[in-house]
Design a binder for this molecule. Structure first.
Ligand code: AP5
Length: 229
């Protein structure tokens, strides 16, 4: 069976996965692989906000200056966004959350969406040393059309500077500039890291060493969602 779709069409209880990790930890990279593997949607609040900015929606207009400076977007907006997204039909078999929750208040909002019950959720806390985070973020390149992510050396596109999916020229994300990265890391330490203690007490929380090749990290994640393909 194709490793990327091992769970598609299989009857099983809904699977709900959360990734907690610093900017650059590899959440998006791994969440995309895991969602495909499980046959459920990946819900990336960062991608949703960037789409809102590109479309010029009221949410995008509010988020743009905050994201551009490396600050978080207000909790209530994110909780409403995720509530709406997770109640859609395609989430009936579960979903993989990437970048949400990012504060304890968001985690409480998420718990309310599932009647306070999160004990059967899998929470991956992905750890990567700061030096490696900086290397990853400075070398990340991104497709503004389909939001695919690459890295200049760790995960380059097939053709230099061009997205494999749609041929769009790759760019650096605005918030990957050095001064914005410093603020994002600071926000992570102050506002998101407390989630690790929060979920350790309430959910199936698994600490993952993210400072390994992508395939090794993914193999580890698969073990913890209870599947060997
Ligand atoms: P978001 O887009 O979620 O950014 P982030 O959390 O800062 O995470 P990143 O996308 O930077 O990193 P990642 O962990 O996904 O790493 P990736 O896989 O890309 O959010 C952006 C902004 O939106 C926030 O700052 C905030 O303003 C706002 N926002 C979003 N959600 C919010 C919320 N819930 N509440 C409030 N505000 C919110 O990998 C990084 C690079 O490393 C890539 O180039 C990749 O190819 C490479 N790489 C990945 N894994 C490996 C590996 N194992 N080895 C070598 N290289 C690797």
């Amino acid at each position: 069976m194709d490793d990327a779709s091992a769970h598609q069409g299989t009857a099983r209880p809904p699977v709900r996965v959360i990734f907690v990790g610093s900017p650059g930890a590899g959440k998006g990279t791994q969440a995309a692989k895991l969602a495909e593997y499980l046959g459920v949607p990946r819900i990336s609040t960062g991608d949703m906000l960037r789409e809102a900015i590109a479309s010029g929606t009221p949410l995008g207009k509010q988020a743009d200056p905050l994201m551009g400076r490396g600050n978080l977007v207000p909790d209530d907006l994110l909780i409403a966004l995720v509530r709406e997204r997770t109640t859609r039909e395609d989430c009936a078999q579960g979903f993989v959350l990437d970048g949400f929750p990012r504060t304890v208040r968001q985690a409480e909002g998420l718990a309310q969406m599932s009647d306070g019950e999160v004990s059967d959720w899998t929470v991956f806390s992905v750890e990567v040393p700061r030096e490696e985070l900086l290397r990853r973020l400075s070398g990340r390149r991104w497709c503004p059309r389909c939001q695919a992510t690459y890295h200049l050396t760790s995960d380059p596109p097939k053709v230099d500077g061009v997205c494999d999916n749609d041929g769009e020229p790759l760019v650096q994300r605005d918030d990957d500039r050095e001064e914005v990265v410093a603020r994002r890391l600071q926000q992570y330490a102050a506002r998101t890291e407390p989630l690790i203690g929060y979920y350790r007490e309430r959910a199936d929380m698994v600490e993952i060493d993210g400072n390994r090749p992508m395939a090794a990290v993914f193999a580890d994640l698969k073990k913890h969602v209870g599947v060997t393909a």
